[in-house]
Design a protein around this ligand. Structure first.
Ligand code: PLP
Length: 383
């Protein structure tokens, strides 16, 4: 079956009791057992360990990413935290893409470092850098591609070959492209991580996370952490995310089409210093973008002539676009990473990886492209 059919039907059956076409929200703590001897006969005991509504979402994400199994979490950060806890012990070392969501950087440098885990933030856009950074105690490679916010790409297949040679799990944060456009496990990665807050939900309604594992062994390690730490997704969030996923491919295609039009408009604008979007021929890794993904996504960034002051003025005055932190929703959002999503990354580190003070990130939504362009044009005229 094709992706769009799977995103609607896979794993969802009418409720056996009523025929309800939507999976019910199983709002319960516990599940009555048939007998002591038939404990867990129906598969559920307590909602921290498993919940039927969440399980349907997990099965659907497994099908869409072509994985072995999925564990859902309360947020994307809880999902990343679980991967760290599953694979890293005191004295271990992990390699992480040098450009990642600021929260991932903060988790590594401000929390796991306290427990004796070492991290190298490596330019994973060149797989040779990953090979060179591997140490005897390297136990995890985490890449984010496209990376938030600069959109730097990592060649998933090339890094996965290196990871496999050293028997190190390779986890990919696939939040920006979703399995509709990019399937890391098919490219050789071991784990695909998502903030379901973004495109899976798509409607700015929930925060959630997911880890899709390629094998039962990897899945068990992640699921053990979820149960032990209690970092579950709630059934209401799973229910809403299940509705969002049904339109994922349609939203991704339309939002990406809008992003392409907007990027081309910004490219030609005399107030714009630079524009970065994987769908532009000027994107430095345009051929890798085409090679490992079937779409370019709906995130872009640009710098306004006049630097930080001009960028701030644009973000403060623009109409229609919301100045907000999220991305991937059907509302178009505009973000200043340096003061918002990446505020906890030290200025020197931001400068090293290209997160400049004037960088404006846009998450293109589902509105009419003409209206989004008109709003940008009006705001740019005044900067
Ligand atoms: C690429 C990426 N990964 C992970 C996260 C964290 O997800 P959450 O906000 O759901 O915890 C984000 C959030 O912006 C993100 O952009």
């Amino acid at each position: 079956m094709g992706f769009s059919t799977k995103q609607i039907h896979d794993g969802v059956v009418p409720d056996p009791l009523t025929g309800s076409i939507l999976t019910p929200i199983y709002q319960t703590t516990t599940y009555v057992q048939d007998s002591v001897d038939e404990y867990l006969a129906k598969g559920y005991s307590y909602s921290r360990s498993a919940n039927p509504t969440v399980r349907v979402l997990e099965n659907k994400l497994t099908a869409l990413e072509e994985g072995h199994d999925t564990t859902c979490f309360g947020t994307g950060m809880a999902a990343i935290n679980a991967v760290f806890l599953a694979f890293l012990n005191a004295g271990d070392h992990a390699i992480i893409s040098d450009v990642v969501y600021g929260g991932t950087y903060r988790l590594a440098t401000k929390i796991f470092s306290r427990f004796g885990v070492e991290f190298s933030f490596v330019d994973t856009s060149n797989a040779a850098n990953v090979a060179a950074a591997i140490r005897e105690n390297t136990k995890l490679i985490l890449t984010e591609t496209p990376a938030n916010p600069t959109l730097k790409l990592t060649d998933i297949a090339a890094v996965s070959v290196i990871a496999r040679e050293h028997s190190i799990p390779h986890a990919v944060d696939n939040t920006f492209l979703t399995p509709y456009y990019q399937r890391p496990l098919e490219l050789g990665a071991d784990l695909s991580i998502h903030s379901t807050t973004k495109y899976f939900d798509g409607h700015n309604a929930t925060v959630g996370g997911a880890v899709i594992a390629s094998t039962a062994e990897l899945d068990e390690k992640v699921r053990f952490i979820q149960n032990a730490t209690g970092s579950i997704m709630s059934p209401q969030v799973a229910f809403l995310t299940l509705q969002g996923v049904k339109t994922l491919s349609v939203r991704m295609d339309r939002q990406s089409e809008n992003a392409q039009k907007i990027a081309e408009f910004l490219l030609a604008h005399d107030k714009v210093e630079s524009i970065c979007y994987p769908g532009l021929a000027s994107f430095p890794q345009h051929s890798l973008a085409k090679q490992q993904a079937s779409g370019f996504g709906a995130i872009a960034w640009f710098e306004v002539k006049g630097g930080l002051a001009a960028g701030k003025q644009l973000m403060d005055t623009i109409e229609l676009w919301s100045l907000a932190e999220n991305l991937g929703s059907l509302e178009s959002l505009i973000t200043h990473p340096v003061t918002m999503t990446h505020a906890d990354v030290e200025p020197e580190e931001r400068a090293r990886v290209g997160i400049t003070d004037g960088l404006v990130r846009i998450s293109v939504g589902l509105e009419d492209a003409e209206d989004l362009i008109a709003a940008l044009d009006k705001a740019l005229v005044n900067v």
